[in-house]
Design a protein around this ligand. Structure first.
Ligand code: SF4
Length: 339
């Protein structure tokens, strides 16, 4: 089957699906409390795509060649019946007859309770956001006083359930860059792959400044001064993380460098919001409404034509074009579109 290509020749490989705009954390670089407070108007239940509607849309993407689906949020595990959604998605066949790769990105807060059921439902792998091992710093970054120990227990539970686990740590200068070595040391030699993420100008509420970015080069240099690193090949052509191997055999570490080493050239990701808006870039300002045609009775063929049209017209490459001016342009919120 020929992959569906956008205007820059990038195939539609991955669909990131935000299943809720709510979260039980208030991470300062994503969902600052000052904005996402008690009065914030989150999506109401009737505005959300139902689990069946989500599965239908994912089925259409699978038929167009999408192979990987990543469930995100907000915090996806605060939505009810996620296990049932995973079951529905696990039953979808791709044109090659292979099942979809089903991944989930979570803050790990309730993973210890849910890992086994998610694995049994058909989840393939999990990524846990963990910005610090220092309990005080972690509580400050999630801004809801949530203890780091419970996230570590979630990671252990996912591994015990047989799920491959990756760890994502967003590094913000002055907030947690002092924890880079502690995180590296903790996951070195473990079967969990740690990836550091450059702090990004996502959305319009996190007060992003370039000087708060710790570059991939600096992160690698800091680690390498302690444990020498060697470059490793990309995991797959559209991978976002650059991989580094510990020279002493201590495993690998990755860095996602959207700001200093953009990777738009291989970007094969579309993003669906919980209310059914399709975005072709993390830094887009507007999305395409799929919920209305879905609920007005559009056929699979009609919806597929809409998806085909959106992707084949796609030219996004925000990170390659980023300037100080673009950083302040209105963009979809990270907590709404799921990173
Ligand atoms: S900036 Fe947009 S086009 Fe570039 S890698 Fe990110 S999501 Fe893809």
């Amino acid at each position: 089957m020929q992959p569906l290509l956008d205007r820059l020749g990038r195939p539609l490989e991955t669909l990131r699906v935000s299943i809720t705009d709510r979260c039980n954390f208030r991470c300062v670089y994503c969902m600052p409390k000052e904005v996402f407070g008690r009065d914030y108007a989150f999506l109401e239940r009737r505005e959300l795509l139902t689990l069946e509607e989500l599965a239908r849309v994912v089925g259409l993407f699978a038929a167009l060649g999408t192979r990987t689906v990543r469930l995100t949020g907000g915090e996806p595990l605060v939505r009810r019946n996620v296990e049932h959604l995973v079951e529905l998605l696990a039953a979808i066949e791709t044109p090659t007859g292979e099942p979809l790769e089903l991944a989930l990105t979570t803050n790990g807060s309730v993973l210890a309770q849910k890992a086994e059921a998610l694995a049994a439902a058909g989840l393939t792998r999990v990524t846990v956001s963990l910005d610090s091992l220092d309990d005080e710093a972690f509580r400050a970054m999630n801004d809801v006083d949530f203890p780091v120990q419970r996230v570590l227990e979630g990671i252990d539970a996912a591994a015990a359930a047989g799920l491959p686990v990756k760890i994502n740590a967003v590094v913000k200068r002055g907030a947690n860059d002092g924890d880079i070595l502690a995180l590296a040391e903790h996951f070195r030699g473990s079967r969990h792959v740690l990836r550091f993420i450059e702090y990004m100008d996502v959305g319009s509420t996190n007060g992003w400044r370039l000087e708060d970015v710790v570059s991939a080069d600096e992160i690698v240099r800091r680690i390498s001064e302690r444990w020498p690193l060697e470059p490793a090949e990309l995991e797959r052509p559209d991978a976002t993380a650059r991989r580094w191997r510990y020279a002493d055999g201590g495993g690998e570490v990755g860095v996602v460098a959207s700001v200093t080493q953009p990777f738009c050239g291989g970007c094969s990701r579309a993003r669906l919001s919980a209310e059914g808006r399709l975005y072709t870039c993390l830094f887009a300002a507007r999305g395409h409404d799929l919920r209305a045609p879905l609920r007005l009775g559009a056929s699979d063929d009609e919806l597929t034509e809409q998806l085909r049209g959106i992707w084949t017209r796609r030219t996004d490459r925000y990170s390659e074009l980023r300037t100080a001016e673009t950083a302040s342009l209105p963009k979809v919120e990270m907590s709404y579109i799921g990173g």
